[in-house]
Ligand binder design. Structure first.
Ligand code: GLN
Length: 492
């Protein structure tokens, strides 16, 4: 198999090659490590490469493959977003605060994927503490979009998305608090799934906003996301918010029959604010699903325009509480030569956190403070409930809700950095899904001037299967997900 073909093959094909012993896991791991070595100087998608660790895991996988002791991902290489704690491997969360942090344990997602046989190639760059939509807030520098090196890859899981798009790994993990799996998946032309809140354990994922954070897979295909989600999901005694629900074999149950599937199109997602070209691409993708037997129905999510305001009270409030632990005393960055305790706190936090993280801490602390708690935080929680009820009402009428994943394609570096509100608008179609705790997926839906567009599919709570099926059907009938940037141009 030619290099490009191997590097852009979905996990489902790589598994086959591995189990047929047409390639060894060590060979495969070396091929991806080489691609990382070639492309990373240009893309900056990976912050830590674990070559020795990966080759050791791959050699073990090869032994298992030889004895036929095969788990669902045995020998398949992957990358983790650098928000997942990895035992003995530096975990930075894109921040100076944790630039030297080496966890003493693995996040549940990491250990589950490892037990499923996956090989960890390294850790992906990300917006600092997962706050951002462009990967411009990372302490380790921006990540470039492999489709256009002058553009952002989206964020906060932009390193993971860029890495998969550039053939540096067939699979990567991401987290999504307000859109951070779906928006970068859209901007980089890959498939990304945010599961239902509680489907995947948050143990060992560095917390941003605990009632919204959820981990999920980013890959080339819906089929690969189904494979990875089955391995990642499940109740965890270490996370009391993880759901005690049986985990279906999402991959085994994949089904392309979508006859009679009712897809709701919220009129608020298709109003005059939507870019015409994005609308055209999204409607073309939906027309494919209609051809396959789905029916399209207009629905109403009357409170969805409050999602941004609501999210930007709740997420910063939770972040300000979660980030209080980085005080320069227990772990993380400590300033040089502190004069007294106050100076130690003040300078460690001012020097350790970047501008966007500090902005969130300020907003969140304000919203939680005694005089403003009822006016802001409590009110936002009430609106959150109303937004959630809108979805539940809509799901009495339809099986899936669809819309764009992002308001546009990848934008040039710096275009939105001076205007936080413009940046926050990137998540206008994704945030409400987190507020309601629902599963959401982004699948490729064509291009605008050569840049990928994403279709978002939203499901009922714990019904990841239906959105995976619909995306799988779309990917069976179209080839947008098979396009990839020219890998030769990415090698430095
Ligand atoms: N862009 C959103 C934010 O900055 C969402 C980030 C995320 O999902 N982690 O908060």
């Amino acid at each position: 198999m030619a290099d490009t073909q191997l590097l852009t093959a979905p996990v489902s094909e790589l598994r086959q090659l591995l189990s047929d012993r047409a390639i060894s896991s060590v060979e495969l791991t070396r091929a991806f490590l080489r691609q990382i070595e070639l492309c990373n100087p240009l893309l900056n998608a990976v912050v830590t490469i674990c070559e020795d660790h990966a080759l050791e895991q791959a050699a073990l996988a090869d032994k298992q493959l030889a004895t036929g002791e095969i788990a669902p991902l045995t020998g398949v290489p992957l990358l983790h977003k650098d928000i997942f704690c990895t035992h003995g491997i530096r975990t930075t969360c894109g921040s100076r605060m944790l630039a030297e942090f080496t966890p003493a344990y693995d996040a549940t997602v990491v250990s589950k994927l490892q037990s499923a046989g996956a090989v960890t190639l390294g850790k992906c760059n990300m917006d600092e503490f997962a706050m951002g939509s462009s990967n411009e807030t990372s302490f380790f520098g921006t990540v470039k979009n492999p489709w256009d090196l002058d553009c952002v890859p989206g964020g906060s899981s932009g390193g993971s998305a860029a890495a998969v798009a550039a053939g540096m790994a067939p699979l990567a993990t991401g987290t999504d608090t307000g859109g951070s799996i779906r928006q970068p998946a859209s901007l980089c032309g890959i498939t990304g799934l945010k599961p239902t809140y509680g489907r995947v354990s948050r143990l060992g994922i560095i917390a941003f906003a605990s009632s919204l954070d959820q981990a999920g897979p980013m890959a080339r295909t819906a089929e690969d996301c189904a494979l990875a989600l089955t391995a990642m999901a499940g109740v965890d005694g270490g996370d009391s918010t993880s759901a005690d629900k049986p985990v279906p074999n999402f991959h085994g149950a994949l089904n392309t029959d979508i006859q009679g599937l009712r897809i709701g199109l919220p009129k608020q997602f298709f109003n005059d604010d939507l870019d015409d070209q994005v609308r055209a691409r999204v409607l073309e993708a939906l027309a494919e699903l209609e051809k396959a037997g789905a029916t399209l129905v207009e629905i109403d999510l009357p409170h969805s325009h409050y999602a941004i305001a609501t999210y930007y009270v709740i997420a910063p409030a939770e972040a300000s509480a979660n980030l209080a632990r980085y005080d320069g005393v227990r772990f993380g960055y400590r300033c040089d030569d502190p004069q007294n305790l106050e100076d130690l706190y003040l300078r460690s936090r001012s020097e350790g956190f970047g501008e966007e993280v500090q902005r969130r801490i300020l907003v969140g602390t304000y919203a939680l403070s005694a005089g403003f708690y009822d006016a802001y935080f409590n009110k936002a929680q009430q609106v959150r409930r109303v937004i959630t009820e809108d979805f539940h009402r809509a799901f009495e009428q339809v099986d899936v809700i669809a819309g764009p994943s992002a308001p546009g394609v990848a934008f040039p570096f710096g275009a939105k950095q001076q205007d936080p509100i413009a940046m926050y608008m990137e998540d206008i179609y994704t945030l409400a899904v987190n507020l309601a705790g629902l599963p959401g997926l982004s699948t490729p839906a064509g291009f605008i001037n050569g840049m990928p567009v994403g279709l978002q599919l939203i499901g009922r709570p714990f019904d990841e299967q239906t959105i995976l099926n619909a995306a799988h059907r779309l990917q069976t009938d179209t080839d947008w997900h098979q396009s990839h940037p020219s890998l030769g141009d990415l090698a430095s």
